[in-house]
Ligand binder design. Structure first.
Ligand SMILES: N[C@@H](CCC[C@H](N)C(=O)O)C(=O)O
Length: 302
């Protein structure tokens, strides 16, 4: 049966999403419907589709509410190809703005909004005209890795995106990433991300792949600076990936070794986001901050 969805198109540094509110999770959100909404020619168009549902009304929401009963809203995130992802760093900022504009929640300066995701509860705060999200603990994917930056035991995979084939560092910030260092901005501009980079060995659940180069100088005023392009699992090349920016900053700090900064500026084709690593009682967390915009609203039958 056809349903009409009242959607909002939003973007964060050019990573764009189709958002809609479905508090009771009544819409049968099939992969076909997600692809129809995300289609740039026949639908609204976006790198992903985000449903705002009450955590209480989704099966995934039950563990979220056990983790934090304040996480009333769940970011039900789907990639453009219809697959689900654990987390979206740009999406959660846009999602927060959407909840606020819809009058579904409130968030004052200094307050924290807890949001449910498939990676767990994520805390969002207002930040310099945009939003900051605590992405939680990060980890290199090697089972034997103890989380110490500079440990040197990080798992490497080979990533091939023509014309380059290079080792990459595999890590998780809630969702999976492989980060590859390139030599120059020219090399970054030249790689072909029209199809997914080939990873060897291939991660079972796939991965987002980030290619990074240092800005000149790498560190200015205590802030690390890198430039990045990304091929997202389930979406293709995008103008930005928030969790990817966090992964790229973490990998670059790892490679830089002792003394590398804990604050990073990451330039992506769609703008700039900021990444910060900080110690907490349960280990080191990484946060992401950047802008979020709502672009237009409409109705679409799916
Ligand atoms: N663009 C997002 C990440 C979205 C999910 C990703 N494609 C995946 O499958 O893990 C971001 O800003 O983090």
């Amino acid at each position: 049966m056809t349903e009409t969805v009242r959607f909002t198109k939003g973007q964060g540094t050019g990573n764009d999403f189709v958002l809609f509110s479905d508090p009771d999770a009544l819409v049968d959100l099939t992969p076909e419907r997600i692809r129809a909404l995300a289609d740039r020619r026949f639908g609204v168009g976006g790198d992903g589709v985000i449903r705002a549902a009450r955590s209480a009304n989704l099966p995934e929401g039950q563990t979220i509410l056990a983790e934090d009963p304040a996480a009333e809203w769940f970011m039900d995130y789907h990639n453009a190809d219809g697959s689900v992802a654990e987390m979206c760093g740009n999406g959660i900022r846009v999602f927060t703005k959407f909840l606020l504009e819809q009058g579904l929640t409130t968030l004052e300066p200094g307050e924290t909004l807890a949001i449910g995701t498939r990676a767990g509860v994520r805390d969002v705060q207002l930040n310099r005209g945009g939003y900051q999200v605590d992405l939680g603990r990060w980890r290199l994917e090697a089972p034997d890795f103890d989380g110490t930056v500079g440990d040197g035991s990080g798992p490497e995979v080979t990533a091939t995106a023509l014309p380059v084939s290079r080792p990459g560092l595999s890590l998780s910030v809630g969702n999976p990433h492989v980060v590859v260092a390139l030599a120059s901005a020219d090399e970054l501009a030249a790689i072909d991300l029209g199809s997914a980079p080939v990873l060897d060995p291939a991660p079972v659940d796939g991965a987002n792949v980030e290619f990074v180069v240092p800005e000149e100088p790498l560190v200015a005023d205590g802030v690390g600076r890198i430039r990045m392009r990304v091929h997202e699992r389930g979406s293709g090349e995008t103008l930005s990936c928030g969790t990817g920016a966090a992964a790229a900053a973490l990998a670059t700090r790892y490679w830089a070794g002792q003394g590398a900064p804990d604050q990073w500026r990451v330039d992506v084709p769609g703008g700039t986001v900021h990444v910060r690593m900080f110690a907490t009682e349960d280990g080191e967390h990484v946060s992401l901050s950047g802008p979020a915009e709502l672009v237009f609203t409409g109705d679409l039958a799916i």
